[in-house]
Design a protein around this ligand. Structure first.
Ligand SMILES: [Zn+2]
Ligand SMILES: [Zn+2]
Length: 346
């Protein structure tokens, strides 16, 4: 039998990605083949493309996707051909200590779609049934492709445990910073303060109705947060940039007894000085948030399908599969673009 081919963007080594015809993935009895319709370009994709985040190659990147189920293995019962679907990129063993503790992100054998195995910058992607989520029929493809980033942000929100009436400060108004701003309001924050350097992102934050938008190219965000809180600092601070200077800002913006959420991915070898005495005497709660997991996927689908979260407010551009490299480079270098989707027509 002739192997079916599909178009895919294949990374061979850092900065060498080629659009090629490769075999359509073959599925096992517990797997599903999805015809990809949209796949978002994530902030980690440029890191992988440039080699700062090493991955096994050759590899098809792309982990924020939606598409149509076109084939299901004989044992699959949760989705059927024709369904709209997305998938949790984190494939865990289900049996190790962390999996049994409900913390599959730390599974000793974790495999991530688009990071360790082929992802969705391609016409087709295969996923195991344990990761698949059926999407409602009325959900647009680009909305379905925003479930993954929204699930990640919801996990960060749950880690923050925002109390009603809180003041929340967010450093960075990229796709994830803006998403955290919207979710913080939903979670009952009385005031959300966001700081950012890029003018287009600042304007987007104003358009979305975020309470206080601080232009960090002109004003000191620490001073702004302290002024707005009678010198105390914010109840909850989200660092959503991932640099040492912004992490330092976060420590100075959080109030005594407050919560600091480390959401921005700093370079793995970056080191900063902190005074343990500050954490101790201010009784700070510092939480990390690295990806979405289990229930946050369900919640993300529910929020989007109920139109309580509108991904099109964040998505500002689409590119074709042929132009995925340009899209990845733009995602890294052009902060005027907020969120880019790769669009794969029928
Ligand atoms: Zn991502
Ligand atoms: Zn495991």
């Amino acid at each position: 039998m002739k192997t079916l081919k599909m178009k895919a963007a294949v990374l061979y080594k850092p900065e060498e990605m080629r659009i090629e015809e490769i075999p359509v993935p073959e599925i096992k009895e517990d797997e599903i083949l999805i015809r990809v319709k949209r796949c978002g370009i994530c902030g980690t994709d440029p890191h992988i493309y440039k080699g700062r985040f090493p991955v096994p190659t050759p590899l098809v990147l792309g982990h924020e996707f939606s598409g149509e189920v076109v084939k299901v293995g004989s044992a699959v019962t949760t989705v059927k051909v024709g369904d709209k679907a997305t998938a949790d990129i984190n494939i865990a063993c289900g049996n190790c200590y962390f999996c049994r503790m409900g913390q599959k992100l730390f599974c000793k054998d974790i495999v991530q779609i688009g990071v360790h195995i082929n992802g969705a910058f391609a016409e087709y992607v295969k996923v195991p049934e344990s990761s698949v989520y059926k999407l409602p029929n009325n959900m647009a493809w680009e909305e379905g492709a925003y479930v993954e980033p929204l699930a990640c942000a919801i996990h960060g929100q749950e880690r923050a445990n925002i109390a009603i009436g809180s003041t929340v400060a967010i450093i960075g108004a990229g796709p994830m910073g803006l998403t955290h701003a919207i979710l913080s309001k939903m979670n009952g924050a009385s005031r959300v303060i966001i700081s950012e350097l890029n003018q287009v992102r600042l304007q987007k934050a104003r358009d979305l109705g975020i309470d206080y938008v601080i232009d960090a190219s002109k004003d000191d965000p620490i001073k702004a947060v302290l002024e707005l809180t009678d010198g105390r600092g914010a109840d909850v601070v989200f660092e959503v940039v991932g640099t040492i200077p912004t992490y330092k800002q976060a420590f100075r913006m959080v109030r005594k007894g407050g919560v600091l959420v480390a959401y921005g991915a700093a370079p793995a070898d970056a080191v900063m000085d902190i005074r343990p005495f500050d954490i101790y005497s201010k009784e700070l709660t510092i939480v990390g948030s690295y990806a979405g997991t289990y229930n946050t996927w369900v919640k993300a689908i529910n929020l989007i399908s109920a139109k309580r979260f509108i991904p099109s407010n964040i998505i500002t551009k689409s590119v074709s599969l042929d132009n995925v490299v340009e899209g990845i480079i733009e995602a890294e270098n052009n902060k005027d673009t907020i969120k880019i989707m790769v669009e794969i027509p029928d």
